[in-house]
Structure formats: C-alpha cells, structure tokens
Design a protein around this ligand. Structure first.
Ligand SMILES: *[C@@H]1O[C@H](CO)[C@@H](O)[C@H](O)[C@H]1NC(C)=O
Length: 758
C-alpha cells in the first residue's frame, strides 16, 4: 500500500476516533491593522529595493544590520522605523550587462542581492551579494564607538564572492564567520550545479568538499551553519551544516526524494596530503528525521528542512537545535518543528557508516574495520596524537572519501515533532526561539514565520513530566499587510523585540502583548504565556526577580482556580436584557476572547430553576458569534448563560435574560420604547424577519462582555482543578463540558498512540 493511502487511512481513523486532523487554533489572532494600531508594530521599507533577507542583530551596538537588494542598512534595534543609515551597493554596469546577455532579467535578477552579513571584528562587518550573477563580498566599516558612528563601504575594497554568495538571487547560501574564517555552503557556479562546503578568508588554506561526488553532496540546499565547540580544546571545534538534498540512499524507482541533513567538519581540517588535497577529510553527514509515527510503522515524514535555530544553553558545547520542516508530498501538506540535542547528533556521527559495495548494491551499515583515527575525529590532543589532518594515514583518508554518510539518522528529542500544523493554508519558513524565565521554570517560546506573512508564537510546556512537552499555540500575528513570505527572522531577548523581513518590508514587534489576552485574571492565567503574569489588576509583562506581592503566573498548569481565587471581579458576570417577538428570530451573541475556548449555553427558566444545556437543532442554530433562536416561542423566555470552556476550566461570560412578547403586543411596546419605531418605520421590516429588540450595550462593550468571569461558579469547576472552590454551584453540570473532559483528560495519559498529535 502506498504511503499516501496509508496516511489517508490514518487520517480517516483519526476522524472516526473523534479527533480530526485539524490544525491547532491560536488562542489569539491579531490582524495587521490591530497590531499596527494597538501593539507597537513598526515597519521599515526602502523605495526602489526589496528582499530583506540578511539580518544581523548587534545587541552591543544596538543596531539591526540588514542586507537587501542593492542596499545595506543600519537601523536602530529599539525602533527600526527611525532615521536609518544606508549604503547603496549596486552591481557595476558591466556586470549587469553581462548578466543581461546571459539571458537574465535586467530589472529583476541583474541586481546585487545581499545574502550574507556577518560581524567580522570590532569595527567591520563582512557582507556578500549576488552582484548580478557575479558574487561579490566587501568589508563594511560599522563603528558605533567612533565619535560619529560610521557605516560605509569602500567600493575599491571588494573581493570575489564565489563560494560565499550564490549567483542566483533565488538560491540561498548559509555561512558562519568564526575567527576571521568564513564557512559557507553554496553553489559555486553560474548554473547552480556545483555545490560546496567551503572555507575561505583567514590564514588557513581554502578547503572544499569533493567535487561531483553525489555521495558527498547531491543537489543540496543549504539552510544554516553553526560553530559548536566539542571540548575545552579549540582543536576539537566543529562546524555543523544544515541542508536538504536529494537522497542517494533512497531506493531506485521511488523517484527523487529530499532528505534533511546535518553535516560536520573540523575547524582545523587542513585537507589530505596525497589525496583529498585541499578537501575536507573530516566531513560526515547524517539524516535528520522529523516524522510522526503512524500506526503499523507508516510514519509521515517532514523532509524539507526550511530553517534552523541554535538555542544556546549554559553549556556552550550543548546548544539545542530547533528545526522547521515541511512535507515534500503534494497530497499531504504540513509543517513541523523538531528539536535535536547535540548528544543525539554526536551519537549518530559515532555510529556505523553507511556503505554501498557497488552500483547495484543497497546502502548497508558498514560492518568492517574502521581505520584509526576514526574519520570525523579532529586531530587534537583529546583524541590522539595527530597534529594535522595531513598526518592522517592514507587508509583513513580513503575511508573518509568513500564514507561521508552515516547509517543511523538523528532522531528528534521525544522521537516526534514538538509542534506541527497540517490542513492549514501555509508553510513554516523561519524560526527564532527565546528561552524565557517564568515563575515556575524556563520555557522555550518559538516564533515561527510563515509563507503568508504571519508569525506563530508557540510555547512548549511539559505535559506530565519535563520529558514530554506539549505545544501551546498562543498567537497568530499578521505582521505584514500583504501575505508575502517571511524570509528572515531574528529576536532580541534583551530588548524583547522580534524582527521579521519579507520581500517588501521589515517589521518589528514586541514579543508579548499581555493585555490582549483579556482583562481578567483567569484569562491571563489560561493564556499560559510565560512573558505575562496577573498583577492583581491587569495582565502584564512578567519580570523575574522582582518582588511584587500580587503576581500570578503558572505556565505549567494554567489553573485559574488556584491562581485567581482572590480576583475581585470573579463574581461579576455581565447581564443583558433581550426582547424577542413571538415568531421572530433572536440572536444570543457571545464571543469569547480566546479562540481556543468552546462556548456552551445553559438555560434556566428562572433563577430558582435548574440549569440545563441548550440543545442545538434546526430552530436553535449555533453560529460563530452566538446562537440564533428561530421562530421564538413564549416558552423560550428565561435566562441564558453563556460559558467558555478552555483547558478543562469553565467560566461564565454573559447572562442574557430573554423576554418574549406576543406579536400583537409588540407594536405598542416597541414604539413606546424605541424612537425609531415611534418615528414611523414600517412594521413589517422589524417584526417579520430577524428582529430583536436588544438593549444595546454601549460602544466597545462587546469586548468587555466576555472579559469578566466566573461568577457563582455555575457550572462548578471541573474535578481536574482540585483546589477549586468546592461545591459552589448548585446548577447541573453542563453535559457537553463533562463529555469533553472525559474525552480529553485520560487521552493525555494514555499510551504512545494516544499521544499522536493528530
Ligand atoms: C577589522 O578588519 C578590517 C578589514 O580587514 C581592518 O581593516 C580593520 O583594521 C580591522 N579592525 C580591527 C579593530 O582590527
């Protein structure tokens, strides 16, 4: 059976089990105009430029350096829309003409697209661009410490950018600059066919990968490069390359498949003495797996690596690697975030080598003797007596040349994606991660850029233990007016700001908008945003180590029963009086602040009667904003209570008191109370279809309606919150809420299958 079919069956099974493979809904969705008007979204764009692809965050200088089409920018980190400094860096006319003769578009492609931007030393940056299909690099003077801040490029001081920047603006290059050496992964020719991992600049010889050997690199697309120390000895330092490429080990007949890879090299690699001269002798690569385990072993793979973020931890040798992937399948669209640890990566490189005896053989795990020193080991005092890779025995070099691929892949932490979105009309493009200190521990907050100009904010919280993490989708933010893909993303923990680039603009946004979660303690608490806490009055930024008497935050449990029992507003539920004309339609409006909340309506005839759940049928129709009550009967009169259920917690949002008037009565009552009607508006219009005589809340009150909370505790807090006020409600517990709990509660605790993110 094909993978797709299996997947479909799996999806159907999910549906049958009542867990459709729907996408996670953000708690809060903020549009571009809202962010602009109320949440400090700042924008920057240049006339006659585009493509803000290279971002370099410089906390010390307080600058955001940007590489764009024909331009370099230096912007203030605090406010990118302030007065900027810019360098105009076009490609020379001759190069543009050559580019045009080669059949490229002079107005679109034959420009200098700046792709690479690195800090070089205290006074200079290093930048590279496509130079109209003629890659070029330059040192940029960017001295903030000088009396007058400098930002300039000497046009005579540029150098060849081959092997550093791609030729084609549509291609990407990834690189890292370490100790005046540039390590890059890029195509080194005009046609974009010769790919290399390349070391340049600095004093050591330029070194590259073996050419035209598909076992080394096979149409790779480089995504990111990082330098990670391995021990106290700098001779053990390694550079890690993240890319995707056409899988060589994929069995023939299955078509071209893309695999995600991590490659490693030693910083002190000097190449071989007799063979692999000026080529890497320590290059190894392994597959990065990001897959959802399916039933019967049919995993769904996310193989299209898109971006990688290296999250530094206290131990420089063990950063966490956050990677985003999409699927390469046309049938099944989805994106995922997987997290990798350095120990899992190192284990794969210490594991068996992949081996292929000849063209008609399969890739197998190499079982023979591996020469000493083991290929992939750096020449250092830690692991042996070799002073340089040039001293390595020939058999080591030969083995390295034929065995760049490891047999075991690197599996993600927890064996599955941390977060994934399927059945959504977008793909993840970029990721940035912030480690946040909250009242009950550290949390990693993920900012994920998409190809439709939005940013998702996700926090990963432990489910039962710190070994099993659960993602919460807090916000979906539309940071660009148009839906153009996010092509660069950076964040400043220090300044609490996020920076995103697209083809058309740059955007800056604070990392938190605590007030937007609502004005009640329970809303703040249910949001479980580690940046936010309840201070007794509002939902505000949480600042660790400040002594505030009243500060409520519990990211792990997010239980308002425990945290908000002192909230003075908990006993107030807003009330509204509604009049309906017999036979007409009445709309019971109730909109929760959180998109993740489920709405539940209960009804009681009078305050003394028991509450029962309102059943939906053809006369009682649920809509996104409330409930439509069609052809109202006299018996519909009574009290309607709108509850929001979220994270196992139920809070009343609004109490509506409906009075039903006989149609014959209505004229008198209404015209007496309503000036419009008294002024002679024809009767038919208002009572035949759709009319409700509502006591309209004042402007803006719709927002407030749902911000208050939990009054008399009806329905009573669910048992999942043990510390809740016992037996406060006398009302009957709404049936649906109970059902949902028995559905969700145990699911979290069941075995591995139930943990499937579908
Ligand atoms: C930084 O590098 C540039 C380019 O090589 C050089 O001109 C400059 O003097 C260096 N600055 C410092 C402070 O070393």
């Amino acid at each position: 059976m094909s993978r797709t079919l299996l997947l479909l069956l799996f999806l159907l099974r999910g549906l049958a089990a009542g867990r459709p493979p729907t996408a996670a809904v953000p708690r809060l969705k903020l549009s571009f105009p809202e962010l602009r008007a109320r949440h400090g979204l700042r924008l920057f764009s240049l006339e006659h430029s585009c493509c803000y692809e290279a971002l370099l965050l410089d906390e010390e200088r307080g600058r955001l350096f940007v590489g764009a089409q024909n331009h370099l920018l230096s912007l203030a980190l605090d406010d990118i829309s302030q007065r900027d400094r810019k360098i105009y860096w076009p490609a020379p006319v001759e190069w543009r003409e050559e580019c045009n003769w080669a059949g490229k578009d002079i107005t679109a492609e034959c420009m200098n697209f700046v792709k690479i931007l690195h800090p070089y030393n205290r006074t200079h940056l290093y930048a590279c661009g496509t130079g109209a299909f003629h890659p070029v690099c330059a040192f940029i003077e960017a001295d903030q410490h000088a009396e007058e801040p400098v930002f300039k490029l000497d046009p005579h001081d540029t150098e060849d950018g081959k092997g550093k920047s791609p030729y084609d603006p549509r291609h990407t290059a990834a690189s890292v600059l370490v100790g005046e050496e540039l390590y890059s992964g890029v195509a080194t020719d005009l046609m974009g066919r010769d790919f290399t991992i390349f070391r340049s600049l600095g004093r050591r010889p330029s070194i590259r990968t073996e050419q035209h050997d598909s076992r080394w690199l096979n149409e790779p697309k480089f995504v990111a490069v990082f330098w990670v120390p391995e021990s106290e000895d700098p001779d053990d330092d390694k550079i890690y390359f993240f890319f995707r490429e056409t899988a060589v080990e994929r069995q023939q007949g299955l078509g071209k498949t893309s695999f995600a890879r991590i490659g490693q090299i030693c910083r002190n690699d000097m190449g071989g003495q007799r063979s692999l001269v000026n080529k890497w002798t320590t290059f190894l690569k392994a597959r990065l797996v990001c897959a959802v385990p399916g039933p019967d072993g049919a995993d769904t793979h996310f193989d299209e690596l898109r971006d990688v973020f290296l999250l530094q931890t206290r131990d420089k040798r063990n950063p966490l690697i956050y990677a985003i992937f999409s699927t390469s399948s046309f049938v099944f669209q989805g994106s995922a975030v997987c997290v990798y640890t350095m120990s899992d990566i190192r284990r794969a490189f210490l594991g068996p080598f992949a081996h292929k005896e000849g063209p008609n053989y399969q890739w197998v795990s190499y079982q023979g003797r591996v020469p000493y020193p083991r290929p992939g080991t750096c020449p250092s005092k830690t692991f042996g007596t070799f002073g340089s890779t040039k001293d390595f025995p020939d058999e080591v070099i030969q083995f390295a040349r034929h065995h760049p691929l490891m047999y075991n892949p690197v599996l993600p932490h927890g064996q599955r994606p941390l977060f994934l979105q399927t059945a959504v009309p977008y793909t993840f493009t970029r990721i940035a991660v912030d480690r946040v200190t909250a009242a009950d521990g550290h949390y990693d907050v993920l900012f994920i850029g998409t190809d439709v100009g939005t940013v998702l904010k996700v926090v990963s919280v432990p489910k039962e233990s710190w070994h099993r993490m659960e993602p919460l989708l807090l916000e979906e933010l539309q940071v660009f007016q148009n839906a153009s893909p996010i092509i660069s993303l950076q964040l400043s923990s220090k300044r609490h700001q996020l920076y995103a680039g697209s083809a058309t603009a740059l955007a800056q946004l604070p990392l938190h908008r605590c007030g937007a979660y609502g004005k009640a303690c329970a809303e703040c608490c249910l949001a479980r945003d580690p940046y936010c806490a309840w201070d007794g009055n509002t939902c505000t930024r949480y600042v660790p180590n400040t002594k505030r008497r009243f500060r409520r935050q519990d990211i792990r449990n997010g239980d308002p029963n425990v945290l908000c029992s002192e909230d003075p507003r908990r006993d107030t539920v807003p009330q509204k009086q509604l009049y309906g004309v017999e036979g007409s339609t009445v709309f019971l409006e109730c909109i929760p602040k959180s998109l993740q909340a489920h709405i539940l309506w209960t009804y009681q005839r009078t305050l003394r009667d028991p509450q029962r759940e309102v059943q939906m049928d053809e006369r009682v129709v649920p809509t996104e904003r409330g409930v439509l009550l069609r052809s109202v009967k006299r018996s519909d009169a009574g009290l309607y209570l709108c509850h929001a259920t979220e994270h196992g917690f139920t809070q009343p949002l609004l109490r509506l008191s409906l009075e039903v008037i006989g149609a014959w009565q209505a004229t008198g009552v209404a015209s007496a109370g309503d000036p419009q009607l008294a002024a002679g508006i024809p009767r038919k219009v208002w009572y035949r279809d759709f009319l409700q005589l509502v006591e309209r809340p004042p402007l803006g009150a719709t927002d407030k309606v749902c911000q208050r909370l939990w009054s008399q505790g009806r329905p009573p807090p669910p048992p999942r919150a043990p510390a809740g006020p016992p037996g406060r409600g006398q009302g009957e517990e709404p049936r649906r809420a109970r059902r949902r709990r028995t559905h969700e509660g145990p699911r979290a605790e069941r075995g591995p299958r139930s943990a499937s993110p579908w």
